[in-house]
Design a protein around this ligand. Sequence first.
Ligand code: AP5
Length: 185
Amino acid sequence: MTHRLLFLGPPGAGKGTQAQRLSEQLQLLHLSTGDLLRAEIRASSDLGRQVEAVMSKGELVSDALVLAIVGERLKTNDGGWLLDGFPRNLSQAEALDCLLKDLGQPLQHVLLMELDDETLVTRLLNRGRTDDTEEVIRHRLQVYRDQTAPLIQHYADRGVLTRIPSQGSVEEVASAVEEALGGTA
Ligand code: AP5
């Protein structure tokens, strides 16, 4: 069975952890816009330097750039896929709706990972990525609330949203993900 799904949720909820695990298990293309943008930074291109300045503040990179990154990869993929960290605002979600309509690949599941703020902050401070300082984490949480959280209603209206309580261990959360996918994972 082909799976086309995305993980939604605040920074530190475990999207990347579960996305990596599930994509390996189901042989899906895993597209993490955060990882793809960090690869641009490592390449030290002009674009990478611009991206770094935005990411280090916890702001969102331009819609046009992330859409180009995701669109190019989905158009050249003929199997299932899993999106992690994209879309991040309503304009990206609407652009994704159009792209998937053109490709004839409807989205099947949106898994919303839910976790309280203090656990998120603790997990990210322990991880220690360059954008994991307390000030930047709290700003990313605010950006999530302002720009990304409206996507919850967007996908609930389409009947594809499942909430995943994400405070348990990695294995417990993986079981909840599997259950949400109807035991197909
Ligand atoms: P991105 O890389 O997407 O970061 P994020 O959304 O802030 O998400 P995180 O990676 O911080 O958290 P996660 O939910 O993936 O959790 P993880 O599994 O790593 O984006 C970074 C930046 O890139 C953005 O701020 C923006 O600037 C830019 N960007 C990216 N996409 C964009 C877009 N579409 N448009 C515009 N800009 C964009 O887990 C976190 C930690 O917790 C890890 O250490 C992990 O080991 C641990 N952990 C995970 N699960 C558990 C568990 N169950 N129990 C205990 N610990 C756990």
